[in-house]
Design a protein. Sequence first.
Length: 162
Amino acid sequence: MKKFLRTSLVGAVVVLGIASLLVHPYGAVRAHTTVEPLLTSAVVDPATLGILERSCQNCHSQNTEWPLYSYVAPVSWLIESDVHKARSHMNLSRWSQYSLEEKQERLAELAAAVRSRQMPPPRYTLMHRNARLSQPEQERIYQWARGERRRLKLLTDRTPNP
């Protein structure tokens, strides 16, 4: 009887383990990839773009790198949830699809999040130390976001309303 229970328990764990690899509560987050560069249609200098690629693109773009541990539930569910939420807030791969107003809103949110050290989140930088932002990098992103937002505001002001 003990051997049967032990075998049943091991079998159940294996079945649940395999099933957990197939369950994706946040949809096919991994399936969405792109070759489009980040921030298409934005004016961004190469140094700032490099910082954004290093610290932001893994969650806020279609260029997510999925480490091995991201394929094992329940860790995979947490990571997929984080990426899904991040992309819904701001997707740097789909920048050209946002309206001028949406871009301005996202730039304001980006500037505030970086300035207040909410982004990148400490939970993320704990595992991805290279994503941490130094004070000068934070300031660079903040100043870029403000400048790009001003540039877009000028474009919005020049656009005639129907």
